[in-house]
Design a protein around this ligand. Structure first.
Ligand code: HEC
Length: 271
């Protein structure tokens, strides 16, 4: 009797170990169950080796006994196997296919969006270059496009050819290139899609904070724009479309807008 328990114990331990290994290899559950059962069957076979031998048989009786034993064994095997959870490779394939499909769609869509954004930025860059070339050809045009309208002219831009002037120029260029004006009104222009007017943003945020907002639109939320912030209307793509210097320049340029007569909503720090 003690022997039976010992062998059963070994069978359980071996079976458990096989399940652990199978699980760690991410085998289907049906395989893990099968391993466990095979270990138990092994244990039972070893137990049977200890059983008392049955008496010798001969003639018709022995043929009957052997036949009956085989029928029993085959029935147990077939019935047992059909009770087990079945492994169907088609099932697994379908599952994997679904997962892959989802990922493929997502990445294809993401790529398309990114490419469209890049193409747009490039297009704007070409336009800006054309504008500049015109300027070189016709003198007058260059000064006309490079100078912001009098009155709202950011103070730091007044330097003209100075280093800070160049930064301001890059900043304003980025405002145009990235089409921030589509959503934001500034100097009375733009803002067809719903976004806050930014003429007083320099009084509400530091240059670093403005940069943070452009880099990660979720970092600040304009007061009263909860819905838009929640929906992520302001695109989270600018850090890919601008290099850090351009982004800094844009933030620095926006930081010079301190027109308190315009109602720029209060930015609320989010994360
Ligand atoms: C598709 C529309 C859209 C575009 C394009 C867009 N924004 Fe915004 N932006 C919003 C919306 C909507 C809000 C208000 C909700 C929020 O805070 O996210 C906002 C908020 C802001 C704020 C905070 C304003 C405040 O008062 O708190 C700043 C600063 C800002 N945007 C700068 C920019 C800059 C710079 C660009 C271009 C690089 C830009 N945005 C492009 C929609 C846009």
């Amino acid at each position: 009797m003690g022997n039976i328990f010992k062998k059963l114990g070994i069978g359980l331990v071996v079976g458990g170990a096989l399940v652990v290994v199978g699980h760690s290899q991410e085998l289907p559950v049906s395989f893990q169950v099968l391993f466990f059962i095979v270990a138990l069957i092994g244990a039972i076979v070893f137990m049977l080796l200890d059983a008392k031998p049955i008496g010798t048989m001969s003639g018709g009786k022995s043929v009957f006994a052997v036949t009956a034993f085989w029928i029993l064994l085959i029935t147990v095997c077939i019935a047992g196997a059909s009770l087990l959870p079945q492994f169907d490779p088609e099932d697994e394939k379908a599952k994997i296919g679904k997962l892959l499909d989802k990922e493929r769609k997502q990445s294809a869509q993401g790529k398309a969006e990114e490419l469209i954004a890049r193409a747009k930025a490039l297009d704007a860059q070409v336009k800006a270059l054309e504008e500049r070339l015109k300027g070189i050809g016709g003198g007058q045009a260059a000064t006309a496009t490079a100078t912001p309208p009098a009155g709202d002219k950011p103070s730091a831009a007044a330097g003209g050819g100075s280093a800070s002037g160049d930064v301001m120029k890059v900043g304003e260029e980025q405002w145009q290139l990235q089409e921030c004006y589509n959503c934001h009104k500034l100097r009375g222009e733009g803002g067809k899609k719903r976004g806050p007017e930014l003429d007083n943003i320099g009084s509400l945020l530091t240059v670093e904070e403005i940069q943070q907002k452009i880099e990660d639109p979720k970092s600040f939320m304009a007061e009263g724009y909860e819905k838009e912030w929640q929906k992520g209307i302001m695109p989270n793509k600018f850090k890919d479309l601008m290099d850090p210097k351009e982004m800094q320049a844009l933030a620095a340029w926006l930081g010079t807008f301190k027109n308190a007569s315009v109602n720029t909503p209060k930015p609320i720090k989010k994360n």
